[in-house]
Design a protein around this ligand. Structure first.
Ligand SMILES: Cc1cc2nc3c(=O)[nH]c(=O)nc-3n(C[C@H](O)[C@H](O)[C@H](O)COP(=O)(O)OP(=O)(O)OC[C@H]3O[C@@H](n4cnc5c(N)ncnc54)[C@H](O)[C@@H]3O)c2cc1C
Length: 291
């Protein structure tokens, strides 16, 4: 099918983009890589009279470390993140997720900003950003504000992003030497969204205990889930068998999967528990330079 007709706009500055959004209100929609929006428009699940393509807006595509933080521009593609030396070096959890999104064609076009703002609980990067305690910068014609990844997701396809706002960048604290993270997902075939996914990040102190634990979940509820109970089960503990079993119990009880063609809710909880174990042990290996 073809989409309903629309006016196409292609601003070259952020100021121009936010003014267009303000002018056209609810009739306008941002287009980034088009990997989620265009299929929805072609299927006529959605339509907008004005499409504002932000791919020519300058200053939205970057990956840089600054004052102890990792900053990523919203128009950075999933493939650019996947192949970034900075990301591979210090933020392997982001590489884990980006390298397993869909297929290379989708990763070449899809952007981090689109992945984070679409509000699809099956998108992989929100769980990673929740685990990393990332902050999102939202800009509108009326100003700028920051929202934490954990507070951003309200319901399926409903986020904290207000009409007129554009996500411009996300910010992650640069990790100390003992910090590591890992993202694990299970999908049935290449190109599928996950049955379940889990991102874990923490510092591992010299006595072996975990500190500043972050856990985010994919595809096991109506939103990307901030798994605060699982974090609590791991915080301050040595990740031995007993602790990991408690964390698995916690993650199963705070996930909210539903049965669908990917599997039953019970199966998804089981998969999630196994993925959590793998993510913890991979992150632990990484804190000592492995994997
Ligand atoms: C076949 C297929 C398989 C896929 N599998 C996966 C998968 O396994 N895991 C996964 O994580 N993703 C998957 N995706 C999604 C893909 O990874 C993209 O990240 C995602 O489509 C959104 O990025 P985009 O740049 O294409 O956004 P678009 O499609 O352009 O936009 C999506 C939404 O985000 C809004 N938006 C985009 N950028 C901004 C911004 N900067 N500020 C405010 N709003 C904005 C748009 O208005 C729109 O509502 C898949 C996509 C396809 C087509």
């Amino acid at each position: 099918m073809t989409p309903a007709s629309f006016d196409y706009m292609s601003p070259i500055s952020l100021e121009e983009a936010v003014q267009l959004l303000k002018k056209h209100g609810d009739d306008a929609k941002i287009l980034a890589g088009g990997q989620s929006l265009i299929p929805l428009m072609k299927l006529r699940f959605t339509s907008f009279p004005y499409i504002i393509d932000i791919s020519r807006v300058s200053g939205l595509k970057f990956i840089r470390e600054e004052k102890g933080k990792l900053l990523i521009g919203a128009m950075t593609t999933n493939a650019e993140l996947e192949f970034s030396e900075t990301v591979r070096g210090h933020h392997r959890i982001i590489h884990d997720a980006c390298s397993r999104i869909a297929d290379p064609l989708v990763r070449n076009m899809g952007t981090v900003g689109g992945n984070l703002t679409h509000g699809d609980p099956g998108n992989d990067l929100p769980a990673v950003m929740i685990a990393l305690r990332a902050k999102y910068t939202l800009v509108s014609a009326d100003g700028k504000r920051e929202v934490s990844a954990a507070d951003f997701y309200k319901d399926t396809f409903v986020t904290e992003l207000k009409q007129g706002e554009i996500l411009t960048q996300l910010e992650v604290s640069a990790p100390g030497k003992l910090f590591a993270g890992a993202y694990e997902k299970h999908k049935r075939r290449t190109g599928d969204f996950s049955v379940a996914g889990v991102g874990v990040a923490f510092e591992r102190k010299t006595d072996g205990t975990l500190k500043n634990v972050g856990v985010g979940l994919t595809s096991v509820g109506p939103v990307p889930i901030h798994a605060a109970g699982t974090e609590k089960a791991l915080e301050g503990k040595v990740p031995d068998t007993a602790t990991i079993e408690k964390a698995v119990d916690a993650v199963k009880s705070e996930s909210r999967p539903v049965s669908d063609f990917y599997g039953t809710d019970e199966y998804k909880r089981f998969v999630l528990g196994e993925l959590l174990k793998r993510a913890i042990s991979r992150a632990v290996r990484r804190t000592s330079g492995g994997d």
